[in-house]
Design a binder for this molecule. Sequence first.
Ligand SMILES: [Zn+2]
Length: 125
Amino acid sequence: MYEVTVTGEFSSGHYLRNYVGKCENPHGHNYKVRVTLRGKELDPAGLLLDFKQLKLVMRPVIDYLDHNMINDLPPFTEINPSAENLARYFYDETSKQVAEMSGGRVTVKDCTIYETDTTTAMYFE
Ligand SMILES: [Zn+2]
């Protein structure tokens, strides 16, 4: 099995609803997101998926969140913009495109959100 990973960055505001503590107040993070792909077969060039292509898939998702208050953006008007929910959001938003791009040869293995260098949440299926 092969894996490739790309890490992206974005800076956004958020706050947590139904939560008592510091994070109930609006504040910002310099987030990192790591998307890892997996697959058994490489393409004729010897790549699982060109890093460039994975970056292209991640770009609109990152741009949607970057320099915004995440709580104002659907679906985070309804669900809390926790690191866990953001990880799942990246997973859902990138999975379909990666599968289409690779003809089903490559899938998203997992997505990790770094709220800080030492605190992360991962989503996978
Ligand atoms: Zn926070």
